[in-house]
Design a protein. Sequence first.
Length: 378
Amino acid sequence: MAWWQSLRDWYERTFLLWLDATLPEGTFLGNTAGRWLTAGGVLVSAFLLLRGAKSIVVRRARRVAERTATRWDDGIVEVLQATRNWFLLAAAIWAASLALEFPPRPAEFVRTAAVLVALLQAAFWGSALLTFAITNYVHRRMEQDAASVTTISALGFLARLALWSLVLLLMLDNLGIDVTALVAGLGVGGIAVALAAQNILGDLFASMSIVLDKPFVIGDFIVVGDFLGTVEHVGLKTTRVRSLSGEQLVFSNNDLLSSRIRNFKRMYQRRIVFGVGVTYDTPPDKLREAARVLREAVEAQEQVRFDRAHFQRFGPSSLDFEVVYFVLSPDFNLYMDIQQAINLTIVERFAAIGVEFAFPTQTIHLAAGTSVVPRTAD
């Protein structure tokens, strides 16, 4: 600042002496009319210069942002536009005050006021940056991960609240107010509120876990215990699921994450096991042929990987076959279409080779010379 002091000394030795000699004598708040006129000129010039500089910088930054693919330069433009005119005026007043000589108490007042205005403007810059970051995230993730939009917006509100609280504490500290007791009181009050609202806070943090860890998103088909359906909404406290029968199921976020969740939307293939029973009077060669028919019925389908088809066991009223295959898609309707085609093929091929399907029956064999005597009621 040596150059500033040299410029100020030169000004006081030349132009200020001429002003004091020209203008009426007398002082106001310890400064001559020449100093007040100089301060007024600095005030107007600095304010106009700062406004013009802001306009030029914002306009050029916007042009640069329009030519680039990234969006963070748009955020810089938003922050620059958040510069308030009263901040520029306060900066101009502070610059003008440098041309005046004040006693220690008024000088301290000017310094404190300048710091308060600077903190307030910094809060507006930080708030504008947070708003842009949240808006940019919501814009990018709305179609891909709509579940996170509500929570991220709420977290943005909490971040802005924390920012303004910090600025308020700094402003009170600069005013000479002891904020230690206030911070301690807020801490104790925060603990009390947390204990009173622990269920709500648990759901809030669970919502954050859902957004960040993404066990499911909107549109996923999930099963939670005995309930199943499609996720419709993930809020700060609850998650809403539309069941297959049409009603809406509402889960607490904390309870939901404490449960075992099966996410069928993330299934990359579906393993299918089904059985077929034929009658006991089917000859061995027909049983071998039936196993081949089952294999061919599965392999004839598209988007299917055959695993096995075996004569599994002797059932109570049938000879049981077990077939296992994989559908190479999680689409349930596709699986049902494939299973239907397999079933129709099995019915046609079994009829062609003379293999009959079994149905629950019970046969009673009586030894020779025995008879069944009906009993009458007493």
